[in-house]
Design a protein around this ligand. Structure first.
Ligand code: SME
Length: 163
């Protein structure tokens, strides 16, 4: 997919998500809808879903599409843990070179994880997208997925202020 096709696809999916979740404040309904829309928008998205902060320092799997995902991830483990801990998007172009990566599926080769912050700047969840392609995610993915996460947070957690 060319860079301009990718941007156009994100514009479509962002527009659809905005319309679908308008007025919706239920976390599961919003996460399930976003996971479904993103997963089916891009062939290179092989696992698309959420981990939720359920207690201090602990992530539990949320709505997702793809093969089964690990159920529990402490903040000190995995790429998801790093995103939650550092409150910063993580892009891993080759998971075989990332010692902290948790392999839920042996076919995953690259991933992106975006933290989702509430109005107080606290991490409430992360969006995790895994691909069976190497180096599947770039700055366009980061920027657009961060935008989608900010939109979700405004719908369900009132933030982030600057999102
Ligand atoms: N790869 C993630 C774990 C979650 S799954 O792959 C669905 C990580 O390293 O945090």
């Amino acid at each position: 997919m060319s860079a301009s096709d990718k941007r156009a696809r994100y514009a479509e999916v962002l527009d659809r998500i905005e319309r679908l979740i308008e007025g919706e404040t239920d976390e599961v309904a919003v996460m399930a809808t976003v996971a479904c829309e993103l997963h089916h928008a891009f062939d290179r998205f092989h696992w698309t879903g959420f981990y939720r902060v359920v207690s201090p320092g602990l992530l539990k799997v949320g709505p997702y599409q793809g093969g089964h995902g690990c159920l529990t991830i402490p903040f000190e483990r995995g790429v998801c843990g790093a995103a939650a801990r550092e409150r910063r998007t993580q892009i891993v172009p080759d998971v075989r070179l990332a010692a902290h990566h948790i392999a839920c599926s042996s076919s995953t080769l690259s991933e992106i994880v975006v933290p989702i912050l509430d109005a107080q700047g606290e991490v409430r969840a992360v969006l995790d997208v895994d691909s069976n392609d190497l180096d599947a995610f770039d700055e366009t993915d980061r920027e657009r997925l961060e935008r989608i996460c900010a939109l979700m947070s405004r719908a369900i957690w009132g933030g982030p202020e600057n999102g």
